[in-house]
Design a protein around this ligand. Structure first.
Ligand SMILES: Cc1cc2nc3c(=O)[nH]c(=O)nc-3n(C[C@H](O)[C@H](O)[C@H](O)COP(=O)(O)OP(=O)(O)OC[C@H]3O[C@@H](n4cnc5c(N)ncnc54)[C@H](O)[C@@H]3O)c2cc1C
Length: 223
């Protein structure tokens, strides 16, 4: 058994290029392509967003890869409009095999600082892994083994959303009402996007009281 931290990797993007591409598409509406300057996208985007003319944000997308638990990916995949997913399949991945280093990886729960709760959680995961490996020794297929996997099981999720949908996902999933495990991943990414594309993401609210030391690591996708 391996306990790993959640993380988010994003496909490298150029925020200014994204905003300029959106501007170019949007100016089709007014045939005002001739007014484009080095920074005309700033005012245009602010105006569009304030007035609810947000379909223009659908022209650009960002892809991220999460290492998250099954609970988080259940939440992520509820987003249907403007979002696409490829998710590690527990029907095909058999964690008893060498390819998976013969163990199940679990995402460290957000309450890992609470020694008593963490102890109970860890013992439960150890028992689950023991049962999984016993079933695997009986030649159970991955399809059968997956019935034993808990929400804490680690999974890779590649998610692509257009910019409009990302704003919506952040609004719902970075709020106090969302599960802490999804806030942990999405708040630091939202903060990064606010820095890279303030004209687009400035107005997205988030839980500012969420403990910063719990933020997941975010990085550019390397492979
Ligand atoms: C705090 C919280 C608690 C939740 N609790 C539960 C729960 O207990 N049980 C549960 O089942 N779900 C729960 N959900 C999931 C929630 O109901 C949504 O399914 C999920 O957040 C996806 O959001 P969305 O519907 O806006 O979808 P998206 O796919 O992100 O859609 C974006 C927007 O497109 C429009 N849209 C998309 N599909 C349609 C459609 N079919 N018809 C009309 N307009 C559409 C809507 O305007 C929508 O806001 C919860 C979500 C949150 C944030």
């Amino acid at each position: 058994m391996e306990i790993i931290k959640p993380k988010l990797e994003y496909e490298k993007f150029n925020g200014i290029k994204i905003m300029k591409n959106i501007e170019r598409a949007c100016r089709t509406c007014y045939r005002s392509e001739d007014t484009i300057t080095e920074d005309s996208y700033k005012k245009l985007l602010k105006n569009c967003i304030t007035r609810g003319h947000e379909s223009v944000l659908e022209h650009e997308k960002i892809t991220v890869r999460f290492t998250c638990d099954i609970g988080v990916y259940k939440d992520l995949t509820r987003h249907r409009a403007g979002a696409s997913f490829s998710i590690e399949s527990t029907r095909y991945c058999n964690y008893s095999k060498d390819k998976f280093t013969n163990n199940i990886k679990f995402i460290e729960p957000i309450y890992s600082d609470d020694k008593e709760k963490f102890k109970v959680w860890k013992e439960t995961m150890e028992n689950i892994e023991k049962g999984y490996m016993q079933m695997a020794a009986l030649n159970a297929a991955a399809d059968e083994l997956r019935m034993m996997l808990p929400h804490s099981t680690a999974a890779l999720v590649t998610m692509t959303c257009n910019i409009r949908e990302w704003k919506h996902v952040f609004t719902l999933r970075c709020s106090k009402h969302a599960h802490p495990a999804i806030r942990q991943l999405l708040i630091p990414f939202l903060l990064h996007l606010k820095k890279e594309m303030p004209e687009i993401f400035d107005d997205v609210p988030y839980d500012e009281d969420f403990p910063k030391e719990k933020y997941a690591k975010i990085a550019v996708m390397k492979d």
